[in-house]
Design a protein around this ligand. Structure first.
Ligand SMILES: *[C@@H]1O[C@H](CO)[C@@H](O)[C@H](O)[C@H]1NC(C)=O
Ligand SMILES: *[C@@H]1O[C@H](CO)[C@@H](O)[C@H](O)[C@H]1NC(C)=O
Ligand SMILES: *[C@@H]1O[C@H](CO)[C@@H](O)[C@H](O)[C@H]1NC(C)=O
Length: 494
């Protein structure tokens, strides 16, 4: 299992990162009845030209990894609850982050919320490439325990490493007093930026490189959640030209232990994760429709990881070619655009994806159109790109990221293991508005507690990297690099 999950180049997030922040969070906060809302910051507008240059400068791939592990639940008294965390949307939908607090006294950190991996990690004070972001210092927390086990993680264009520790982690009104996480001291360039200190993996423990049970899964196993699930609403600013690269906007809402019923309408369609595939939030893709025409999904390539931590949608080369075959005038990208396709910007492309034999969900043409590649706006890069995650049948072939997830309310359910989608409410669709207030994180005085009984049983110090990951990692880098080239070109033309 360990090795088979490794190739997970979910790491591939092409448009994954961000640019530096200079502002600090405002101090607004609001207590919810059973949880807490945490909001963050926003910045002033920049020009479109600025967006492209900074995007280009800040490309980086997202980390992902995998693993083994078993965790047991313990008999803890917990009260069931739900809580929420207001998200921040960075760089025109490139990254969505929330906030959690670690240590005693608790200190807040912004973290990417990533359903495509299962480890929590934060930059440590000795991290040389993490300047400018809040960093965790175990010496400042009376409850920090250094587990003195090495940790390393691979992502599309590099790696991060450090050591494992354990401390109190609070988020959205919940607390796990002994959450294992990695304090990272080495990262590749541009991995952390924009005030983001790390990443919270929301996948299953079976792919946790730390061997630890992830925060959300612990809450579920300890009966702390009203409903055994968590949910996302993600905003869209990609089509808003005045939104600059490094501007943080309202990013949506993360709810744990329930759903936010104001954000969707109708039923949630739950689709079971195929047996044995819990790890990533994996579904079978059963329907792919482009401009009204059905594109076949090869049976061998039907598994898709539903991944909030990946910006775009990656799929097998043949399927991506089939998608663009439905769009007159489209061409395979070459050179720096290898892995991407280019099509006439004046074509509104509607792709629909369906999973587990359920309904087909539309991706807005606004999300399909990633960006123009010329100053006249004639040709555009599509948001569906080629990715190869290795030949192992245990790997998903598709990474269904934010390009799709912005179009639905998505729900990740532990029991029975499944992913649900619902139509966005009018209210939710009306929240893609620049300049909304974004209160800052708060630390709750009386969080709902669940104790993890899952100190890491194994560590990936050396097991993670290596040959298995390399192939995926290098392949997955291409889109990133290419997009970088495109953006740089665009900026130059302007
Ligand atoms: C980009 O933004 C910076 C401020 O962050 C500003 O100084 C610069 O003039 C902007 N460049 C363009 C092309 O708008
Ligand atoms: C934990 O201990 C290891 C040595 O075993 C050290 O290298 C690491 O920096 C320590 N981590 C923290 C966060 O203090
Ligand atoms: C539901 O989402 C809306 C929009 O983000 C937010 O204003 C509201 O506070 C959320 N409700 C809860 C209970 O979190």
């Amino acid at each position: 299992m360990l090795a088979t999950w490794l190739p997970l180049a979910l790491a591939a997030a092409p448009l994954a990162l961000a640019a530096p922040h200079h502002s600090s969070p405002n101090a607004l906060s609001r207590r919810e009845s059973s949880g807490q809302t945490m909001n963050l910051m926003k910045r002033a507008s920049h020009s479109k030209a600025n967006r492209t240059t900074a995007w280009a400068a800040k490309q980086a791939a997202r980390l992902k990894s995998k693993y083994q592990v078993a965790a047991k639940t313990s008999d803890l008294e917990t009260r069931a609850a739900e809580g929420s965390n207001t998200l921040v949307n960075l760089n025109s939908d490139s990254t969505y982050y929330g906030n959690l607090a670690v240590g005693t006294p608790p200190t807040s950190y912004n973290v990417i919320l990533d359903t495509g991996s299962s480890d929590l990690w934060l930059a440590g004070t000795t991290c040389t490439r993490c300047q400018g972001v809040p960093r965790f210092n175990g010496d400042d927390s009376s409850t920090f325990a250094n587990l003195s086990q090495p940790f390393s993680i691979q992502y599309g264009s590099g790696a991060a490493s450090g050591s494992l520790g354990s401390d109190v982690v609070q988020m959205a009104g919940f607390e796990v007093p002994n959450q294992a996480f990695a304090v990272v001291n080495r990262v590749t360039a541009n991995l952390l930026d924009d005030g983001i200190s790390g990443l919270l993996g929301l996948g299953f423990n079976t792919i946790a490189s730390s061997g630890a049970t992830p925060f959300a899964q612990t809450l579920f196993e300890q009966g702390a959640l009203t409903q055994p699930l968590f949910s996302f609403f993600l905003t869209r600013f990609l089509d808003v030209l005045t939104v600059a690269d490094d501007i943080a906007q309202f990013g949506g809402q993360f709810t744990i232990g329930g759903t936010n019923t104001t954000l969707y309408t109708g039923d949630i369609e739950f689709i079971d994760i195929p047996a044995g595939r819990e790890g990533f939030w994996t579904l079978e893709m059963t329907s792919l429709i482009v401009q009204g025409s059905t594109v076949p999904v090869a049976s061998a390539n039907r598994f898709a990881a539903i991944d909030t931590g990946t910006t775009l949608v990656g799929g097998p080369a043949a399927a991506i070619a089939d998608i663009f075959a439905q769009i007159p005038g489209s061409q395979k990208g070459t050179g720096d655009l290898d892995g991407f396709w280019v099509y006439p910007c004046d074509t509104a492309v509607e792709v629909q994806l369906g999973f587990g034999g359920g309904k087909s969900w539309s991706v807005s043409p606004k999300d399909f159109e990633l960006m123009p590649i010329d100053r006249f706006g004639l040709n555009c890069v599509g948001a569906f790109f080629e990715i190869s995650l290795g030949s192992s049948s245990a790997n998903p072939s598709w990474i269904v990221g934010d390009t799709f997830l912005k179009n639905v309310y998505s729900v990740y359910r532990f029991d029975p293991p499944s992913v649900g989608f619902a139509a966005l409410s009018d209210l939710a669709q009306g929240l893609n508005v620049v300049g909304q207030a974004q209160p800052s994180p708060t630390i709750v005085p009386d969080p709902v507690r669940a104790t993890a009984d899952s100190s890491p049983t194994s560590v990936s110090g050396t097991g993670l990297g290596g040959s298995v990951l390399d192939g995926a990692a290098s392949r997955s880098r291409a889109p990133s690099v290419l997009l970088l080239g495109v953006l740089a070109l665009f900026a130059f033309i302007l």
